[in-house]
Design a protein around this ligand. Structure first.
Ligand code: BES
Ligand code: ZN
Length: 922
């Protein structure tokens, strides 16, 4: 029966492809609405050759309009049509199914009913289904781990954005919310987890040693948030008093790594309850580390899933960066429990309401729990740096974008939804102030609880609060301001031209592009820009409230603005205090000179640390695109020799990395190298070189600074960096039990491993590879994997690339991209990786399918190093010839091409100018 069903499905698929389908719109019809799901799934994990699930779903459906069909989602499921049952609740009537149809374009399963289903009536539909537990890391899939040389299997779901349909037939769109009653069947040696707590467990009526575990009915929720798992994991209960029952799960041999997550999770959950003024609505929350997981983590309501690296922490193996990452991922997923789960976007167009909010709120959460990390500031700058880059591409897109197919939804989980979303929320937070922002959010969450919203709903709530708290003039509304940020691509550069005689400044805006060939006419978008600023004598960077606004006209045209009361001619001004808004600033030459003077004469601390990072970033970008001279930019960053704070260094390194990747392929690299050494040496020495000074570091962010500087110092062979790193490595190699004792300071391990592989031999590589295979800690494994790509031996790199895509070997599919990226970022490996990608694009596509997002991550390290016109032409032709194996990567490919183009432009225009200004400074 099952076989003939599959044949039938196949046949139908052909028919659908060949003939016109009866319903081919990308959204489900609105005639029906699910009211409740009863889902039963039996999972078989005992036979590794046959890992399967089967079950049935009963959906209570309300008809809102008359209809003769039931259309819902199902994909890769075997459904025995003869067992489908449909019953009208009133009158208890069976209704037969006349025929079924499959639409493979939109994953619809369509049942044509024998009678019309009338508006106002309610129906009960039962569908049986079964399938294999797949290996694709989405839908209902398998994962495994090794325990004493034995493979242990588990099952887990990943449904967002559109994979619930792979696990059971359902109305798989975020606006169809309904309560779920989940029941799991499995062998009694396992445990079952789902969104809700267990209601009762019974023995299975026919299968020996099997049980049925029924969970409580959930609150109304979207299908993409449903989750369940069958596994043999251990858990650690949290102990924070007066909080929701909270458990952290992992494979038994990693349970000691759950302590930190178990402690941090409930703390941040409590903070959110207070911040949002709404209690977490479920009776429990579980967080679980899954050995094979495609995303970083997933916010399933009450059962949050993570990659191991994003949840597990080991004091002996994880660096501070790793620990902060765990905190921020937990904070992000728990923020979703409100933004996303309780209030969900109406359609994927507004995905940023989920991801932007979770990203921003997470940074508030981490800051609250660990203020000593200064995480908020760091995260804000990181987001800004990312967006200043990505959104300067013509091929970028608005935060809010139309979505018609699943591939487009997946592409939307990008830095625009996350980092730009978060950045514009921070901007709003800052211009509205604490009270009105909080109150606006609270009423938004209240009003749309258990429901769906779009960005206009958010604007309304915030406008109301803003006016109530007098945070915004009555003539302004949030929608006009914020639509300019969420519906338009890009961000502006504001040109500030001071009139030193009249003590005024003229401001104008235009879109900032990396591609310098884009004409003026294409740049004249308009953004509503809150203007905060301070002067040299005032130096008040605490006040981030706007002193004025750059407004837009009725037709969206830009309106120039003049600001009076500027300081006198020997004082600078700085716009965008604490960089609360997303814009670059270009000043006139005199103002730049005044700024350089203050930075270089030792008074740089008069300028707020995040504004120092801003000045570095703006000056280097504007030089990159030819709107400033490299001479000015390079003179400005000279002051870094005295800078001792993390943010300005982060900003400088991000920019110099980009330049370095090009210059290192040219004869003038010699000068750049010398220059970098000169810049880095003072801070390297100040932080004690590679000496293990960590115990005496008081400021936590000095740990991160040291990690960052060490990495650059060894890359540019500053002082004793390389030999010192090798010394650590040698000690480790000589240790009798290297898997137990590792003398390398945890926060320097990336640098020490990479430097030692880079300057080492085959044995060093092999030693590290053995450690990789033996390590039980995800963070350590990642840092080793990344370092294995640092070798300069072509054959080692080539072998490593092939290992990454060898399914029988030690690298999990989810981690393969890290290996590829590591090789591709290495100047020798780059050529190998590029060739590998181009020669194996078909098999790479198959390897990553259907998660094309992971494949798209292979591209940036390549595009960042391609710098010649002929390589650009080649790559373009390659894309054209391989459309089929690059399906779903459209956005990434456009960004790749544009990035290469801007490299070519830069090399033609700026490379000599840069070398000249460097030589002046050596
Ligand atoms: N909702 C996402 C998970 C997700 C990502 C589902 C992509 C489907 C496609 C989750 O909340 C998330 O954003 N995860 C991030 C990590 C987070 C801490 C930034 C991720 O997976 O990268
Ligand atoms: Zn998220």
């Amino acid at each position: 029966m099952a076989i003939s069903m599959q044949l039938l499905v196949l046949l139908l698929t052909f028919l659908v492809a060949a003939t016109a389908v009866s319903y081919n719109h990308y959204r489900l019809p609105t005639s029906l609405r699910p009211q409740k799901y009863n889902l039963r799934v039996l999972t078989q994990l005992e036979d590794p050759a046959n890992l399967r699930f089967e079950g049935d779903v009963t959906i209570l459906i309300e008809a809102l309009e008359d209809t003769k069909n039931i259309t819902l989602h199902a994909k890769n499921l075997t459904i025995d049509e003869s067992l489908i049952k449909l019953r009208e609740i009133n009158g208890d009537r069976q209704i037969c199914i006349a025929s079924t149809e499959v639409n493979t374009v939109h994953d619809f399963y369509i049942m044509h009913t024998c009678q019309e289903l009338l508006a106002g009536s309610t129906f009960e539909l039962t569908l049986p289904f079964n399938s294999e537990l797949n290996r694709q890391l989405e839908g209902y899939y398998r994962s495994s781990y090794q325990d004493a040389n034995e493979t242990r299997w588990l099952s887990i779901t990943q449904f967002e954005p559109a994979s619930a349909r792979l696990a059971f037939p359902c109305f798989d769109e975020p606006n169809f919310k309904a309560p779920f009653v989940v029941t799991l069947g499995y062998h009694k040696k396992y445990i079952g987890l789902s969104n809700m707590p267990v209601k009762e467990t019974k023995t299975h009526e026919s299968i020996a040693d099997y049980v049925w575990c029924e969970f409580e009915e959930s609150v109304p929720m979207s299908t993409y948030l449903v989750a369940y798992s069958v596994n043999d994991f251990s858990h650690k209960p949290s102990t924070l008093p007066n909080s929701t029952l909270f458990r952290t799960w992992a494979r038994p041999n990693a349970i000691q790594q759950c302590d930190y997550a178990a402690e941090f999770g409930p703390q941040v959950l409590n903070y959110y309850e207070e911040l949002f003024g709404i209690k977490f609505p479920l009776p429990k929350i579980d967080q679980i580390a899954i050995p094979d997981f495609s995303a970083g983590a997933m916010e399933n309501w009450g059962l949050v899933t993570y990659r191991e690296i994003a949840l597990l922490h080991s004091d002996a193996h994880s660096s501070l960066v790793d620990k902060q990452r765990v905190a921020s991922v937990i904070a992000h997923e728990l923020a979703h429990q409100w933004f996303g789960n309780l209030v969900t976007m109406k359609w994927w167009t507004d995905l940023w309401l989920n991801e932007g909010f979770a990203t921003y709120v997470a940074s508030l959460g981490v800051e609250k729990i660990n203020p000593e990390w200064r995480y908020l500031e760091k995260e804000s700058l990181n987001n800004l740096l990312t967006i200043f880059r990505k959104d300067a591409l013509e091929s970028s897109h608005p935060i809010s974008r139309p979505i018609q197919e699943v591939a487009e939804i997946s592409e939307s989980f990008d830095s625009i939804s996350y980092q730009k979303g978060s950045t514009v929320l921070r901007m709003m937070h800052m211009f509205l102030g604490e009270d009105s922002f909080r109150s606006g959010l609270q009423s938004y969450l209240q009003e749309y609880s258990y429901n769906n919203a779009d960005q206009d709903n958010l604007w309304e709530s915030l406008t109301e609060a803003a006016h109530k708290y007098r945070a915004l003039p009555k003539s302004y509304d949030i929608k006009s301001i914020m639509d300019s940020w969420t519906l338009q691509t890009g961000y502006p550069v504001i040109n500030v031209t001071r009139n030193y005689k009249a003590n005024s400044a003229k401001l104008s805006q235009e879109r900032y592009f990396l591609n310098t060939q884009i004409s003026r006419a294409h740049r004249n978008n308009c953004w509503w820009v809150p203007l905060s600023y301070t002067s040299q004598s005032e130096s008040d960077f605490q006040n981030t409230a706007p002193k004025a606004w750059l407004e837009c006209g009725k037709a969206g045209e830009t309106l120039p603005k003049t600001i009076e009361n500027m300081p006198n001619e020997n004082e600078w001004v700085i716009f965008n205090t604490q960089v609360t808004s997303l814009y670059k600033v270009n000043y006139d030459e005199q103002n730049w000179k005044l700024l350089i003077e203050t930075l270089t004469n030792g008074e740089f601390e008069r300028i707020h640390v995040i504004n120092r990072a801003q000045l570095i970033n703006d000056a280097l970008y504007l030089a990159w695109t030819g709107e400033q001279d490299y001479e000015i930019a390079m003179r400005l960053i000279e002051y870094l020799q005295r800078e001792r704070e993390y943010l300005p260094w982060k900003s400088a390194f991000e920019n110099l990395k980009r330049v370095g990747r090009i210059v290192r392929q040219t004869p003038d690299f010699e000068f750049f190298k010398r220059y970098m050494r000169k810049l880095i040496t003072p801070i390297y020495l100040h932080l004690g070189g590679l000496n293990d000074t960590f115990a005496s570091i008081e400021q936590q962010d000095d740990i991160l600074l040291k990690t960052l500087v060490a990495n650059w110092a060894c890359q540019y062979q500053v002082e004793d960096c390389v030999p010192h790193a090798q010394e650590y490595f040698r000690e480790w190699r000589e240790s009798p039990n290297p898997d137990e004792t590792n003398p390398v300071p945890i926060n320097l391990r990336n640098t020490v491993y990479c430097t030692s592989v880079r300057n080492g031999n085959e044995d060093d590589w092999q030693f590290l590879w053995t450690r990789y295979k033996k390590s039980n800690v995800a963070a350590e494994k990642r840092s080793i994997l990344t370092s294995l790509g640092c070798s300069r031996e072509v054959w080692l790199l080539q072998r490593f690339l092939e290992l990454a895509y060898d399914p029988t070997d030690a690298i999990r599919k989810q981690d393969s991209m890290w290996a590829f990226q590591a090789v591709a970022s290495n100047e020798i490996g780059f050529h190998l990786a590029k060739n590998y990608f181009m020669a194996n694009v078909d098999s790479l596509y198959k390897f990553y399918h259907p998660i094309t997002k992971d494949m798209s991550r292979l591209l940036p390290p390549l595009s960042e190093q391609i710098i010649s016109q002929s390589d650009f032409d080649n790559f373009k032709a390659f894309i054209k010839e391989n459309r089929k194996s690059l399906k779903g990567l459209d956005q990434a490919l456009q960004q790749t091409l544009e990035t290469i183009l801007t490299n070519v432009q830069w090399k033609e225009r700026n490379y000599h100018q840069l070398t000249r200004s460097i030589q002046l400074l050596l």
